[in-house]
Design a protein around this ligand. Structure first.
Ligand code: AMP
Ligand code: MG
Length: 425
């Protein structure tokens, strides 16, 4: 069925359509109230409006003298008739022919239309004038009352993934706590007879289970609450039992067992559990066997899922494949479940540092571990370079990388200096 597989773009569009639907239904989900200090990384479930004008008074942005710009530019002395520091109530008004000493953050007196920096004046006793060559313009060094926002303006809306900037804005609006969406519970089911727990010493033929902690970290970073289930064996009974254990979750990630091998039994187990498949394979590399679909959701009083279905991904077990497919496809669904308005994977442009001997594979979009220098000389694009690797099981290579270089299906050979697309993580 190789040629019938969707391209990366087609698969991404299917996922985006599901994410769009999910995000809509999420808006009616009951919110959790949390302290402002604990809100970073959560998704806002309320509107935040300015309770006061911002700034709440005309504010000086410099230490200096408030004045009328037209009077100051004549370089005549003005008499200093008052002084205001930050934290003091707005002072009286500024009389014609006078100046008012003022500090950064202090309210500008009525009548003043500019603040001259202290560095630009000459003070003689109780008089002040501009230094020669200096000018001052109306509105200079003053932020007018309400210039940033008016009382009642909507400043943040539901669906915002909260960063430090949103926390500062919410603080300014007097919000000591915020309504956020609950974190979706994501069941992580690793499968494979060869897997042993991290603390074990692998016997011949065994390997440690690295996908469980890796996916748990990726889920947490994408706004979900990971629930790692006991690893399933590559047999029917074990897989059926494990899938039943995922019933409580809002979303399910299965790792391994989705390729075409004799013991790749995940798809039939999903069928027995009532799965509908959106796709079973994508024309990408690594990650081609990726499976995406929906299971009937168990609705219960403890479930946060008001949808009829639970989305699942069958991620190929190779660690780099799991990581790439999570970023491209699972993270957007998880973000939507978390109520996050911005669901897509993040791409950027960079300049290829050197020619690669790894070619495009016709018909497959490739996502190869790469390192990008995001701090290039001023004015230059970030510069990216492939990491040498031994294929999609190479965790040391993955750990040396900080992005994936995207090689389009139709790409010819990539040369040094080419502008290329990278997938950020
Ligand atoms: P599979 O997708 O089950 O065919 O597995 C592909 C490759 O990934 C095999 O070499 C597995 O041993 C490896 N693999 C599968 N699951 C994990 C896991 N949880 N942690 C590390 N490697 C894994
Ligand atoms: Mg396997």
């Amino acid at each position: 069925m190789g040629s019938a597989l969707p391209s990366y773009e087609e698969a991404a569009a299917m996922v985006a359509a599901c994410a769009g639907q999910l995000a809509k239904s999420r808006r009616s989900a009951p919110a959790e109230r949390i302290a402002l200090g604990a809100a970073a990384g959560r998704v806002l479930a309320q509107t935040i409006r300015a309770d006061l004008d911002q700034p709440p008074f005309a504010r000086s942005t410099r230490d200096g003298f408030a004045c009328r710009a037209a009077e100051a530019s004549a370089h005549e002395f003005l008499s200093i008739t008052g002084s205001t520091r930050a934290g003091k109530a707005p002072a009286g008004s500024l009389q014609p022919g006078s100046a008012w000493e003022i500090m950064t953050g202090a309210p500008v007196p009525e009548g003043a239309d500019a603040v001259v920096m202290i560095e630009h004046v000459e003070v003689a006793g109780d008089r002040v004038r501009l230094l020669p060559e200096r000018k001052v313009h109306e509105r200079e060094n003053i932020v007018a009352q309400g210039a940033q926002a008016r009382a009642g303006d909507e400043l943040l809306s539901a669906g915002t993934a909260i960063t430090f900037a949103h926390i500062a804005l919410a603080a300014t609006c007097g919000c000591a706590s915020l309504d956020v969406y609950p974190r979706p519970r994501v069941a992580i089911l690793t499968t494979g007879d060869e897997l042993v727990p991290v603390k074990s010493s692998p016997a011949p033929g065994q390997i440690r289970n690295s996908n469980a902690p890796m996916l748990a970290a990726m889920v947490a970073a994408a706004g979900g609450e990971p629930r790692v289930l006991p690893t399933a064996k590559d047999n029917t009974q074990s897989l059926d039992r494990s899938l039943a254990q995922a019933a409580e979750a809002d979303m399910l990630l299965i790792s391994g067992g989705v390729s075409a091998g004799k013991f790749d039994l995940v798809e039939p187990a999903l069928v027995r559990a009532g799965a509908q498949f959106h796709f079973t394979g994508v024309r990408i590399q690594p990650g081609k066997p990726l499976v995406f679909g929906e299971l009937p959701a168990r609705k219960g009083h403890d479930s946060q899922n008001e949808n009829d279905t639970k989305y699942f991904f069958g991620l190929p077990g190779n660690p780099v494949s799991s990581a790439v497919t999570f970023l491209l496809f699972a993270a957007p669904i998880l973000a939507a479940l978390a109520g996050n308005r911005e669901c897509g994977p993040r791409f950027a442009l960079a300049r290829l540092a050197r020619e690669t001997d790894r070619h495009a594979k016709p018909g497959l979009t490739r996502f190869l571990p790469a390192t990008c220098n995001f701090n290039p000389p001023r004015g230059q694009l970030p510069e990216v370079e492939l990491v040498s690797w031994q294929g999609s099981g190479d965790l040391a290579a993955l750990a040396r990388s900080n992005c994936f270089l995207v090689i389009p299906e139709e790409a010819a050979r990539l040369s040094a200096g080419d502008i290329v697309c990278i997938l950020l993580f």
